[in-house]
Design a protein around this ligand. Structure first.
Ligand code: B16
Ligand code: MG
Length: 217
């Protein structure tokens, strides 16, 4: 049977959180307050606009709409500088192996990310050709935990939501997958991602036998 496998990007395919962190931290410092790694954790899966809103609130700062836009551009320009230095060595463990196994088994493969830079990142790490469809932050109006991004991804690969499996590292993303009636697989810690149907630390823990079971379910 042909099922749909939908991958989040940051935290599942590559670790871009460290680059988001550097860029947001420099932005916060330029405005005179700090930004910690613990706070960065809370921005996983969160859109760029919502991230800046949270950071400004943590720094007890308010800005005009024009300044807000300028800060978004400043952060993204720095972030893109880091992205443009990425290469395929930054792909997380066993991701290409799983993508190739799914392809060999004629499964639908889609990306479902909040990032507006998703295509650029997939091109840099040379994985773009592995995806049948890419749905990212440019294609959705409602952020995770709203299921919109995953429902759009399912329709782009012509799969019924109940026949889709989502790989996610963020709590909001797992909730979005559950709300879309898809099977949710958390990539990360079980304590954090306890709402997922299954949780693995990374793809090296996911066997071909387990993926075959998902396909045949
Ligand atoms: P951008 P994902 C998310 O990616 C990141 O986890 C989140 O930290 C970031 O703010 C968001 O993308 C937007 O990214 O600024 O590139 O549009 O995990 O949904 O793949
Ligand atoms: Mg993520």
């Amino acid at each position: 049977k042909r099922k749909g496998f939908i991958f989040d990007l940051d935290g599942v395919i590559v670790d871009t959180a460290k680059y988001h962190f550097l860029a947001w931290k420099n932005l916060a410092h330029s405005m005179g307050f700090d930004f910690t790694e613990t706070q960065n954790e809370q921005l996983k899966g969160v859109s760029r606009v919502d991230s800046l809103n949270k950071i400004l609130a943590w720094g007890n700062t308010t800005v005009s709409e024009d300044k807000f836009q300028a800060l978004m551009t400043l952060k993204n320009d720095e972030y893109l500088g880091y992205i443009d230095k990425m290469n395929d060595s930054e792909i997380l463990i066993d991701v290409p192996k799983v993508l190739d196994f799914l392809k060999q088994n004629n499964q639908g493969i889609a990306l479902g990310s909040a990032s507006k830079n998703a295509r650029r990142i997939l091109e840099k790490v040379k994985l773009i050709s592995k995806f049948d469809a890419i749905v990212d932050g440019n294609d959705v109006s409602k952020a995770k935990p709203d299921p919109e991004v995953f429902l759009n991804a399912a329709s782009a690969i012509t799969c019924d939501p109940k026949d889709c499996v989502v790989f996610e590292d963020s709590v909001a993303g797992v909730q979005a997958a559950n709300r879309a009636n898809m099977i949710s697989i958390g990539i990360g810690s079980r304590a954090v991602l306890h709402e997922a149907d299954y949780v693995f630390n990374d793809f090296s823990e996911i066997s071909e036998g387990f993926i075959k079971e998902l396909i045949n379910q």
